[in-house]
Design a protein around this ligand. Structure first.
Ligand code: UD1
Length: 381
């Protein structure tokens, strides 16, 4: 067997590989996959297997009408550390890329999945395009911040959501080409809002009236893996719901469900807590519940954006956010995840937010088309 460790450009196929593996990554890549196919750009999906629960994976592929992945990496679920998880995905992506030899790999966001895809491609001399480039939380505790910075510096194409992200990339002197395209989360949210209205019966099923509840999520490692933070978050959400006489629907990531049990916090989501907890649900149900919520409380990057697009006032239970533009419009406010009181007060303030005057900061819903056209031009070069 040859010991040459890279692929010569003349041996590459005029194809695009799209790497996905986490729930938000699949959602945000769906419009790009559809746009590539509509433009006639040959493409295939590598699924890293980072997320594997049906609501975070197979059901999502059905809801978003996505083709079956050409490659599905096994054995990631058992890995417990960042290095272990990333290593399996890195090797899996490398094998898939060696087999198909595409000219370009597209990755998005900041999860370990995307770092693995980008790094495997870079080492093989395959082009890398990073969607949602240039976002920064400036928080070195977050694995996502490490991933974003590395990906941006090894990509040839950088797709920025807006001018602020593009300016950050220029400031860091990244070597790749910067394109401002808008964010594909807008395309995804707009495409799927109608489908959700038609197909989701989540409100009836859970017994909720539109506008009568808080929608809450929390899954970030630096929150849910720290007992004090997870406790403050659950207390803060519960107190906010009880003070405002609303229900709080807490949609818990599998990791969060596990930690609540492990840290003995089940009482905080019990019958008198003000919180109704459900495990991760199907995406169309999620969109329906988000659109109909009074306010949203979260520590997710993607949910902050989706709430903004659907004009739901938001409390972000973090000390910082990549999406500082949402703070400036008054749509979103930060609450320290160590303080139940701060979380409760932020929620009560969000209930009075003015939702009439928020500009379209994440783009116009055409990001996927723009990205697909630039990808086409790149593989044809
Ligand atoms: C990952 C991303 C995060 C993204 C999030 C979206 C990294 C470093 N983090 O975090 O940026 O916002 O995805 O959801 O890549 N688990 C399941 N079923 C699943 C997936 C996870 O049970 O389908 C459990 C497992 O116990 C796993 C834990 O959740 O060990 C954490 O999963 P992991 O993929 O490591 O990180 P996320 O918290 O999902």
């Amino acid at each position: 067997m040859s010991d040459i460790k890279f692929i010569d450009r003349s041996d590459m196929a005029k194809e695009v590989a799209v790497v996905v593996g986490t729930r938000p990554g699949i959602i945000m890549m769906a419009p790009v996959i559809h746009a590539l196919t509509e433009l006639g750009v040959p493409n295939f999906v590598i699924h890293t297997g980072q997320h594997y629960s049906p609501a975070m994976d197979s059901e999502l592929f059905e809801d978003l009408r996505l083709p079956k992945p050409a490659f599905h990496i096994e054995d990631v679920a058992g890995k417990k550390t960042h290095a272990g998880q990333t290593a399996v995905m890195l090797e899996g992506c490398e094998a898939a890329l060696m087999e198909r030899r595409p000219r370009l790999v597209l990755v998005n966001g900041d999860a370990n999945t995307n770092l693995a895809g980008a790094l495997a491609a870079r080492k093989l001399h395959v082009g890398v395009g990073h969607i949602e480039a240039g976002e920064r939380s400036f928080d070195w505790r977050m694995p996502e911040e490490h991933n974003r910075r590395i990906m941006d510096h090894i990509s040839e194409l950088l797709f920025a959501s807006g001018e602020k992200a593009a300016a950050q990339l220029r400031k860091e002197s990244v070597p790749g080409e910067i394109h401002v395209t808008g964010n594909t989360i807008v395309d995804a949210s707009l495409n799927h809002a109608n489908l959700a209205d038609r197909h989701s019966d989540a409100l009836n099923r859970i017994g909720l009236e539109p506008g009568s509840y808080i929608l809450a999520t929390s899954h970030r490692e630096e929150n849910v893996d720290v007992p004090g933070n997870l406790e403050a978050i659950l207390r803060g959400i519960g107190e906010a719901a009880r003070s405002a006489d609303l229900k709080a629907l807490f949609l818990a990531h599998p990791r969060t469900v596990k930690r609540i049990e492990q840290f003995g916090l089940a009482d905080l989501v019990g019958p008198d807590s003000g919180i109704v907890m459900r495990e991760a649900i199907r995406y169309l149900d999620f969109i329906k519940l988000l659109k109909s919520a009074r306010i949203v409380m979260t520590d997710s990057g993607g949910v902050q954006q989706e709430a903004y697009i659907h004009r739901r006032p938001t409390v972000t239970m973090r000390k910082n956010t990549e999406w500082t533009e949402t703070l400036e419009t008054g749509a979103n406010r930060l609450a320290n995840p160590e303080s139940a009181q701060e979380i409760r007060e932020a929620a009560l303030a969000a209930l009075g937010a003015d939702i009439a005057s928020w500009p379209d900061i994440f783009g116009d819903g055409q990001a996927a088309k723009k990205i697909a056209m630039i990808a086409k031009e790149f593989v044809d070069r």
